[in-house]
Design a protein around this ligand. Structure first.
Ligand code: ADP
Ligand code: MG
Length: 262
C-alpha cells in the first residue's frame, strides 16, 4: 500500500470564473514531508487544501491518501485554519479535546491526550484558561494542539501564521518544525510568504494563478539547519537562501497576472 498523499491531474473550475482555480495539478506528499505551497493570492492554494481536506471535490482528476480515494472530510486529515477557529465557550483543554469527544473517546483518555499535546506546544499550564484570555500566538498553538490531538496522519494548514506579528510568527514557525520532527506528522502548509516557505519546507511547490498551476517543485533543507540549532539569522543571510529567495521573488513578479494587478 502506498503511504503517499497524492494529487493526480486535478482541475477545479468554479462556476462563473474565467480561469480554472486549479489546472491539472499533480503533487505527491511523502509520509515525512513538510510540503509548502507558495503563491500569490488567487493561485488556488486554499482550493488545493480544501480538496485534500475533502471539503471540495475536483472537476476532474483524483486525490488519495495511502491508496484510498479522498471523497469527504476524515479524521485522518486535520485542518488548522488561518484564524484559530476555536470555540470560545470551551476552555483550552476542552477545545483541544473537542474532536476526540466527537469521536466518542472517554473523558479521561481525551484529557490525557489533550494535556500531552498542550505540553508539546508549550501551553501545559494554560489548560484551564478561557480562549479570550490568550494572545493570538497562543490561540494558534491551541489550534495546532487540537489538530495533533486528533491522531490525524496529515496536518493541513492554511496560512496558519498570517495573522501574527513577525516575532510571534518566527516562534510559531520554529515550534511547528519541532512538532513536525518530534511527531513525524505529514504536513501540508500554504503561505504567500517566501521566507516562511523557504525556512519551513522540506518540499516546496511554487504556484501560479490564472489558471492555478504548479510551476516549480524544490527539495530544501534549511529547516534541518534550523532544527539542528543554527540561528535563523545566519540561515536567512546564507547566500544560497538569498539566491533562492530572489529567484522565487522574480518568478512570482514575472507573472503577467500579477503585473496587471500591480
Ligand atoms: P488562494 O488561496 O491562493 O488565494 P483560492 O483557492 O482561494 O486561492 O482561489 C483560487 C481562485 O478561485 C480565485 O480566483 C478565487 O476567486 C476562486 N474561488 C475560490 N473559491 C471559490 C468559490 N467557492 N466559488 C467561486 N470561485 C472561487
Ligand atoms: Mg487562500
Amino acid at each position: 500500500m502506498s503511504s503517499e498523499l497524492r494529487v493526480e491531474q486535478v482541475s477545479v473550475v468554479y462556476p462563473e470564473q474565467a480561469f480554472a482555480a486549479l489546472d491539472k495539478v499533480s503533487l505527491t506528499i511523502g509520509a515525512k514531508d513538510l510540503t509548502v505551497a507558495l503563491g500569490p493570492s488567487g493561485c488556488g492554494k486554499t482550493t488545493l487544501l480544501n480538496l485534500l481536506a475533502g471539503f471540495v471535490q475536483p472537476s476532474s482528476g483524483q486525490l488519495s491518501l495511502n491508496g484510498q480515494r479522498i471523497t469527504r472530510p476524515g479524521a485522518d486529515r486535520a485542518v488548522v485554519f488561518q484564524d484559530d477557529a476555536l470555540l470560545p465557550w470551551l476552555n483550552v483543554l476542552d477545545n483541544v479535546a473537542f474532536g476526540l469527544r466527537l469521536q466518542g473517546v472517554s473523558k479521561t483518555e481525551r484529557e490525557k491526550t489533550a494535556n500531552a499535546m498542550l505540553s508539546l506546544v508549550g501551553l501545559a499550564e494554560f489548560a484551564q484558561q478561557q480562549i479570550w484570555q490568550l494572545s493570538g500566538g497562543m490561540r494558534q498553538r491551541v489550534g495546532i494542539a487540537r489538530a495533533l490531538a486528533s491522531h490525524s496522519e496529515v496536518l493541513l494548514m492554511d496560512e496558519p501564521f498570517g495573522a501574527l506579528d513577525a516575532f510571534t510568527r518566527e516562534q510559531m514557525q520554529e515550534l511547528l518544525l519541532k512538532v513536525w520532527s518530534h511527531t513525524g506528522r505529514r504536513i501540508f502548509l500554504i503561505t504567500h510568504d517566501i521566507e516562511e516557505a523557504l525556512i519551513l519546507a522540506s518540499h516546496l511547490v511554487l504556484m501560479t494563478p490564472r489558471p492555478g498551476r504548479i510551476q516549480e517543485s524544490l527539495t530544501l533543507d534549511f529547516n534541518q539547519r534550523w532544527l539542528k540549532g543554527e540561528p535563523i539569522r545566519s540561515i536567512k543571510s546564507d547566500p544560497s537562501f538569498i539566491r533562492l529567495r530572489e529567484q522565487l521573488l522574480s518568478s512570482l513578479t514575472a507573472q503577467p497576472a500579477l503585473r496587471e494587478a500591480a
